[in-house]
Design a protein around this ligand. Structure first.
Ligand SMILES: NC(=O)c1ccc[n+]([C@@H]2O[C@H](COP(=O)([O-])OP(=O)(O)OC[C@H]3O[C@@H](n4cnc5c(N)ncnc54)[C@H](O)[C@@H]3O)[C@@H](O)[C@H]2O)c1
Ligand SMILES: [Zn+2]
Length: 368
């Protein structure tokens, strides 16, 4: 087992990474304060892993609440269902919520914990690669509003994170690849050595070799933890985690949510950010090719889908939440392993990137 400590002002918590952690006796006990535990999961993950988890929680009074599966259920209604379940028991202010699932379950259960009785502890047990390397770490929680994704939420840090790499065995291939996009992101923004390791070990990751996965998750969480520790509430450095996301969100919105997975859109977006960085003279062509090649080898799209014209993408980027005081701010690369946030770039270079980074139509771009 690998353990990382996330140190924040006033709160510190461990991230446990490795195989067999759901079976590890007593691992969670020190992080559960009261006697009640409410496990929140969904209809896909609960049949796979809920029993394993409950078997280790015999010391506690356990309850479970199973959500329908899908981003479309990441709503205030679903959140209210969790409150109903907590109050029906009833659960007291010492209850610990345990989020067992991907980022959707983690975000919504974390937000329920932030709100229930003005805040109760929770534990993240992420079961997708994306959740293990990204959403479970850092304390952002929330739900969607019909007018925007993640528009209602709170910062609420978990007591601990338990990333059992064995759970990735059942993850659909496409979800695994989408999670890899965020893994690659950490190498690009601040860890050139990790990027080089990913180039060497990509096949091991795609074939789900346990050691390779644990190393990739550990390095990703370490990088995210360092960024979050320096900037818990996204005033500055934390924005670097949005590399590829302004382009990616425009693609997700333009295609309609769910056509491409988030990680797929971010993958294309990172190549576009690299391409723009080269046009601005910040990044050399060989580095752009390294980015594009790794994304392609991971089976991820390396350009925007053909059906989204440049002006449509540009318009969608302008309404993205990263626009501050009317100016679009982007995360760009000075080198592999060094990213910067800037609003100071030539708009013609952006237009050229949007016009030229274009792949096949959406359906054909992504492996099944
Ligand atoms: N809080 C943050 O900082 C943060 C960061 C990034 C993303 N997010 C959020 O995370 C969400 C996306 O998370 P995600 O990619 O994990 O999606 P997800 O939670 O929808 O999971 C993807 C699919 O995989 C299934 N699944 C989960 N674990 C499985 C397993 N072990 N075996 C088989 N199937 C499994 C899920 O039921 C779902 O169908 C979005 O809502 C996004 O906004 C939050
Ligand atoms: Zn992301």
């Amino acid at each position: 087992m690998r353990t990382l400590d996330l140190q924040l002002p006033g709160h510190r918590y461990p991230i446990f990474i490795g195989p067999g952690l759901l079976e590890a006796d007593g691992l969670l006990d020190p992080y559960i304060r009261g006697r009640q535990v409410m496990v929140v999961s969904n209809t896909t993950v609960a049949p796979l892993y809920l029993d394993r988890l409950l078997a280790r929680l015999g010391r506690f009074e356990t309850h479970t609440h199973v959500l329908p599966d899908g981003e479309r259920y990441k709503t205030l209604d679903t959140l209210n269902g969790i409150f109903d379940a907590l109050l029906a028991v009833p659960c007291d202010r010492q209850v610990t919520l345990l989020a067992l699932g991907g980022g959707v379950v983690g975000d919504i259960a974390g937000f329920a914990a932030a709100c229930y009785q003005r805040g109760v502890p929770y534990i993240q047990v992420p079961t997708t690669l994306l959740a293990q390397v990204d959403s479970s770490v850092g304390g952002k929680t929330g739900v969607n509003h019909p007018r925007g994704k993640n528009m209602i939420g709170a910062f609420h840090q978990p007591q601990c994170v338990l990333a059992d790499t064995d759970t990735l065995a059942t993850l659909p291939d496409r979800e695994l690849r989408a999670g890899l996009a965020e893994v690659i992101k950490y190498g690009l923004i601040r860890d050139a050595a990790f990027f080089a390791w990913l180039e060497a070990q990509l096949e091991a990751l795609l074939s789900r070799q346990a050691d390779a996965l644990a190393h990739a998750i550990e390095q990703s969480c370490r990088n995210k933890a360092e960024v979050v520790a320096a900037d818990e509430r996204e005033q500055g450095q934390r924005a670097l985690l949005n590399l590829g996301h302004s382009f990616g969100h425009a693609i997700e919105t333009g295609l309609g949510y769910g056509t491409w997975l988030h990680g797929e859109a971010v993958a294309a977006g990172m190549v576009m950010a690299a391409d723009l960085s080269r046009r601005l003279g910040w990044l050399d062509g060989a580095s752009v090719e390294r980015v594009r090649a790794l994304i392609r080898r991971a089976g991820l799209p390396a350009a925007a889908p053909a059906e989204l014209p440049a002006d449509r993408l540009r318009a969608l980027m302008a309404v993205d939440k990263k626009v501050q005081a009317g100016r679009l701010r982007l995360v760009l690369l000075e080198a592999i392993g060094r990213a910067v946030v800037t609003g100071d770039f030539d708009p013609d270079a952006l237009a050229a990137t949007l016009a030229e980074c274009r792949g096949p139509a959406a359906a054909a771009a992504v492996a099944p």
